[in-house]
Design a protein around this ligand. Structure first.
Ligand code: MBD
Ligand code: FE
Length: 311
């Protein structure tokens, strides 16, 4: 039979001491969270009969994940970032905050303060011109009454054809494939970019090591991230996941959702290509509109306070 000691007065007293309950310094909220966390870890260890070897292996792997800044990658892989979305959706539903484009996870690869322009931006630096398919992304930002929202900021970021992101992939130029575009008087935005490749977790890293031990891959479908914000509207964090990708509904991070699938349609038309400033070669078009809910408070206009690079 499993031996349990965490309920004993001695261990309960130890828990409270470790969580700082015997002093009046520090953060009450952190004490509350830490008390629960340690309590649950005690129970986890005794109920699952975690061995000493398993315990210290876990410590070593957590150190490795932290050393490579991969917690922001492992946690979505374990569905936790998506769970936060599901919980927020349920809270919204409870208070009747419905409608608009669905949210989905931010992921760990955003960089703040990318170049800002009015109406249009070219996102790629041209370095993959000979390999990539040019992609024109365009759409309108609407409110839930169906009216266009001028002056909204569409903050886009995506991978290159190797599936890697600038800043994290130091071989790319600064802010490559990262742009902020302000919608025009008709609420429209337009970008010239390239069709991204899907993302794969570093196969040598500790996140993939964990996923492999779970019998899982670390692949995401090709996708384009977006934050959409506008005065008096609720901030939206979402993504466009590209139709036709093998991993569209087999995403290691569970980010693809109904309503967030976009089709990059190939166009083989020399006139249209030239009209878009290309040399006649094939390109793709992706039309994607976003619908913002009204902000119920000033804070609702802002993205989360998650620590990010570039700000
Ligand atoms: C990504 O590009 C991504 O979008 C997520 C959610 C996790 C890892 C890499
Ligand atoms: Fe991504």
């Amino acid at each position: 039979m499993t031996l349990k000691i965490s309920h004993t007065p001695e261990v309960q007293a130890l828990l409270k001491e470790a969580a700082g309950f015997n002093n009046d310094q520090g953060s009450p909220r952190l004490k509350q969270l830490m008390f629960r966390l340690i309590t649950d870890v005690y129970k986890f260890i005794e109920e699952l009969e975690v061995t000493e070897d398993e315990f210290w292996l876990a410590v070593d792997r957590l150190n490795k994940i932290g050393a490579q800044s991969e917690f922001g990658l492992l946690l979505p892989g374990l569905s936790l970032e998506h769970f936060m979305d599901l919980l927020q959706d349920a809270k919204d539903e409870q208070v009747g905050l419905t409608g608009g484009t669905p949210r989905t996870i931010e992921g760990p690869l955003y960089v703040a303060n990318s170049p800002l322009s009015d109406g249009y931006a070219r996102m790629d630096d041209g370095s993959e011109d000979h390999l990539a398919t040019p992609l024109f992304i365009e759409g309108t930002i609407y409110n839930t009454d169906g009216k266009p929202v001028p002056g909204a900021i569409v903050d886009l970021w995506q991978a290159n054809i190797n599936g890697t992101y600038s800043y994290f992939d130091e071989s790319q130029s600064l802010y490559n494939l990262r742009r902020r575009i302000k919608t025009d008087a008709d609420g429209r935005y337009r970008a010239r970019s390239i069709i991204p490749s899907g993302y794969g977790v570093n196969p040598e890293g500790p996140t993939q090591e964990c996923l492999s031990a779970l019998g899982r891959h670390g692949q995401r479908p090709a996708h384009i991230h977006v934050f959409v914000s506008a005065p008096d509207h609720r901030h939206l964090t979402t993504q466009i996941n590209l139709a036709g990708d093998k991993y569209l509904w087999d995403d290691f991070a569970y980010a693809t959702r109904n309503g967030l699938v976009g089709e990059a349609k190939l166009v083989n038309n020399v006139e249209a290509s030239k009209a878009n400033g290309l040399d006649g070669r094939e390109f793709a078009e992706l039309k994607f509109d976003f619908v913002l809910q009204p902000a119920v408070s000033p804070e609702a206009e802002n993205r989360s306070q998650r620590p990010r690079v570039g700000q």
